[in-house]
Design a protein around this ligand. Structure first.
Ligand SMILES: [Zn+2]
Length: 212
């Protein structure tokens, strides 16, 4: 397991002092060093992430487990291959994580939406991405009680007396919504508590509001 961990982190470009020391001092890891370097160079090539060739998984399994690709299927080797596959999954998760960290999908804007007197202690951080066809919204809502049965919270984007609904939700946490307009044109964001009924006009129960 120690070998797997050291090799996986080395492949992910993420080996610490412990892992590097292990790779240099462990005879079985030293024997794999050339294979590890080859695989690491392959993984570092952005082209393979665009469309990973089927042999890449074998290559990674082989360099972590020390079992050559296509080697026989005796029991211990199957176990080694499984251990290798788990390590591959870890390596890929780490590598993809590194790519995501390097290119974070930053929101185009974010704004705090504090609770009103109707929901004191509640607040939401709203992030928005300007997309073709509208705005993708991510709300992180805290301190807001669940909507009572038969009602929902509704997010509105507003300019003067014009309100555009961005959708509904019933409990705090991360809420993903979409609205067909842009915050440039509809700068006020606010949330009302709406009974689920035939009346689609606003209830006027305002629980969170950015104001203008
Ligand atoms: Zn080792």
């Amino acid at each position: 397991m120690r070998c797997d961990r050291a090799r996986t982190r080395y492949l992910a470009g993420d080996a610490g002092d412990d892992e590097l020391r292990h790779l240099q001092s462990c005879p079985s890891c030293r024997a794999e060093q050339t294979a590890l370097d080859t695989t690491r160079r392959t993984l570092a090539d952005p082209a393979i992430w665009a469309e990973p060739a089927p042999h890449i998984a074998d290559l990674v399994v082989a360099s972590i487990s020390g079992v050559p690709p296509g080697a026989g299927d005796s029991q211990p080797r199957r176990v080694a291959r499984w251990a290798g596959l788990v390590a591959v999954a870890a390596a890929i998760v780490i590598a993809v994580g590194v790519v995501l960290v390097q290119r974070p999908p930053q929101p185009d804007w974010e704004v705090a939406m504090p609770g009103t007197d109707a929901a004191p202690g509640s607040t939401a951080l709203v992030k928005g991405w300007n997309e073709k066809g509208g705005t993708r919204l991510l709300l992180n809502v805290t301190g807001l009680p669940d909507a009572p049965p038969g009602s929902v919270y509704e997010l509105w984007l507003t300019r003067d007396a014009v309100h555009v609904s961005a959708g509904t939700f019933t409990s705090a946490g991360d809420v993903e919504l979409w609205v067909g307009v842009s915050r440039r044109d509809y700068p006020r964001l606010w949330v009302t508590l709406e009974p689920v009924d035939e009346d689609e006009s606003l209830s006027g129960i305002n629980v969170m509001d950015t104001g203008y």
